[in-house]
Design a protein around this ligand. Sequence first.
Ligand code: ZN
Length: 251
Amino acid sequence: MIRNRKTLFAVILVILICIVFYILHTKKVESEDEIKVSKSKVVYLTFDADMTPFMKKKLDDKKVSSYYSKDLVNYLESEKIPATIFVAGMFAEVYPDLIREMAKYPNIEIANHSYDHPGFQSPCYKLKIINTDEEKIGQMEKTQRILTELTGIVPKYFRHPGLCHNQQDDLLAKKIGLTVSDSGLTSGDSYYKNPKDIIKKVLSEVQDGSVIIMHLGGPNAPATYDAVKEIVSKLKEGGYTFKVLRWGISA
Ligand SMILES: [Zn+2]
């Protein structure tokens, strides 16, 4: 009986020591992370890869040769620049090899940008508008399936086309396990044709934690590639480091 009690006491003691050690260790890791995040300046480069039925028709009719910049993709891959790419499902259907290729790079994160790029709220530039929850969830889920099948990775982030959304739309995305990343620094790369204008806007507005919203090039964002090279170089000089969204603390 006494021996059993001693054994029981020893077991409880070991368990208690383990619990105390675990708590202390976890706290230490948390505080190290906090110090690291608050001390370094971080930016998140993000690129939207859009595709609407209208754009796809232009490709099919050979009026447009490509809706992304191969130079930009090569640059991000070869220079290992952390980048999150928000991909429309229809874009992934047109360029499946590109999506598979980019997903293999650990510095590139593939995220969801709806299926065929409709506006979730009206007005939304000249995009077609969808209104029902079913249509909106359908847009997100279809692209989750397409991207997961191509890459083997389930996307975690979602961006509304044209950034047109309300709180209810955010809740819909959350319901299916997606975090919305709509707020950030808009680079204006779909308006500005001169890289200098994009560079000026980004560098004058950037701050620690900025999510910089750009596009993957092509005729709708012709100056992005030239602008990005300069933006990355200047931000590095300024002490910034780059992250993909899933490495960050929040979107
Ligand atoms: Zn878009």
